[in-house]
Design a protein around this ligand. Structure first.
Ligand code: SF4
Ligand code: FE
Length: 484
């Protein structure tokens, strides 16, 4: 297993076409825009070496029997799913950010199960390829970007009916030695600092969309790949200074990128689905459920930091003991733990699959994520309420350090006299970082927009059985009786 420094070192030698702010980034480890996200991902490597946490952050490979980082593990039982949730909350607490590596873990688990199902029907040999790929991932401890979301063009049209056929990733050529693919994936968490990209379809597909039913893995430095790094609110603050970033070491959210596949060649040994369109839906549902499981963990870890920050600012403001402040902190804690309960529940209720791995309860996992689209906003609202108006009007750290206006800020922005002004400003900037639009939109749309969770919940709500329950208790006959 790599540690954080070895992970950083491995990225230095990964030469790719990464762009941000209209310029090429030569090294994502050293560039101020991407460095915090690299640091957050590096924590997934460092904590695997920390004896305090290794029961959560490592696992035993079912392929090799060797100790591996849990982010490369195929869940073997519900306990593995529970440990994953606890590991992710721990990392959220340590980084106050998105550490990005879950998408690869969820992609590997979803493709592991789906290749098994495809082979049962078609005997295509995908599952043994995936196992060989997995063994490489586990032994080399590389970071895998699980790439699902296509650009989607007109949302009312199927992939093959789009005005531009490239708006979903698709196969443009089948060759003796592999396939050639074209398209783009968006919102790719950890996209610029992963070693591998594992591509999956993004939606249910029909027969006419066969060429879009494709799953494969490529090295991040494969020719034809281009990475365009996304903007985040206040990202120019990363280009200088420290206090105004709020969380200068780890940034916020996942450093998402758009990845363009411009006629990329993929050898057959790295192709895991090629035209089996009927398996696109189960693959998407499985990946989504695994990723939605995480939201009552990473967002709760971040909420732990936010609750701490809100309590600190109340102390610096001199109102720590006010009853309404305590009520709000209790409410924030109650909401965060409610989310965590849901993640633990969908994990404890995990079921074994035909491939021999363990799958979360999908109804409960979708419930976690839908709750995250609301409760995190309420937690943020309460933090804003406690923090006060200075959260929105605070001058820059450059003013704090300016010889003329700095002393005014030091004098007039002090809260309770026993705490330095700078500490008060630092914690306000942290709250701003944790509750900014990029962080909240991630809670809304990460792992799928809320409507996708509603559709999944409707499919699994089993309304027919629930109507039967109601009929039985109300004394309503089973068959329609016609007019009396
Ligand atoms: Fe992991 Fe959460 Fe980031 Fe998704 S948003 S990759 S679950 S930390
Ligand atoms: Fe996410």
């Amino acid at each position: 297993m790599m540690d954080g420094d070895e992970y950083r070192e491995s990225l230095h030698s990964l030469k790719r076409d990464v762009f941000a702010f209209g310029a090429r980034i030569d090294d994502v480890v050293d560039h101020p825009l991407t460095r915090p996200h690299v640091n957050a991902a590096a924590m997934t490597y460092d904590l695997a070496h920390d004896p305090r946490y290794q029961d959560l952050t490592t696992a035993t490979s079912h392929l090799t029997g060797r100790r591996i980082n849990r982010f490369t593990h195929i869940h073997q039982n519900p306990d593995d799913l529970v440990r994953k949730v606890k590991m992710i909350r721990l990392l959220g607490r340590e980084t106050g950010s998105c550490f990005q590596r879950c998408v690869g873990c969820d992609g590997l688990n979803a493709v592991y199960n789906t290749t098994y199902l495809i082979d049962q029907k078609h005997g295509a040999g995908y599952h043994s390829r995936l196992r060989a790929y997995l063994a490489y991932v586990q032994d080399s401890d590389v970071m895998v970007d699980g790439a699902m979301t296509d650009t989607k063009g007109n949302r009312g049209l199927a992939p093959s009916k789009q005005a531009d056929p490239d708006l979903y990733v698709h196969i443009v050529e089948r060759r003796e030695d592999g396939i050639v693919v074209r398209g783009a994936k968006v919102h790719q968490t950890g996209g610029v600092n992963s070693h591998e990209v594992l591509v999956m379809p993004t939606t249910a597909l029909g027969e006419e969309d066969k060429d879009y039913a494709v799953s494969f893995a490529v090295h991040a430095d494969t020719p034809g790949l281009t990475f365009i790094f996304g903007r985040q609110s206040n990202d120019e603050r990363k280009l200088g200074g420290d206090i105004d970033q709020g969380n200068p070491r780890f940034g916020f959210v996942g450093g998402e990128a758009m990845i363009v596949f411009d006629d990329v060649f993929v050898p057959w040994e790295r192709v895991f689905m090629c035209g089996e369109y009927e398996f696109a839906r189960p693959l998407v549902e499985m990946f989504s459920s695994f990723h939605r499981q995480n939201y009552g963990a990473c967002k709760v870890g971040v909420a732990d930091v936010l609750i701490g920050a809100a309590a600190l600012v109340a102390r610096y403001n001199g109102v720590e003991d006010a009853s309404h402040i305590r009520d709000k902190l209790v409410e924030m804690t109650h909401l965060a733990e409610t989310l965590h309960n849901c993640s633990l529940a969908c994990s404890s209720e995990g079921q074994m699959t035909p491939s021999g791995s363990c799958y979360v309860d999908p109804l409960l996992a979708n419930t976690v994520k839908l709750n995250t689209t609301r409760l995190t906003y309420e937690i943020a609202r309460l933090a804003h309420d406690i923090a006060g108006g200075l959260l929105g009007t605070l001058p820059s750290e450059k003013d704090l350090h300016h010889p003329v206006v700095g002393p005014y800020m030091q004098k007039y922005l002090r809260g309770a006299a026993e705490y330095p002004t700078e500490d008060r400003l630092r914690v306000l900037r942290l709250i701003e970082n944790l509750t900014g639009v990029s962080a909240l939109v991630e809670c809304m749309h990460g792992a799928g927009s809320p409507q996708t969770q509603r559709i999944a919940i409707y499919r699994q709500a089993d309304l027919a059985a629930k109507m039967e329950l109601a009929k039985r208790l109300a004394g309503i006959a089973d068959e329609p009786r016609g007019p009396a």
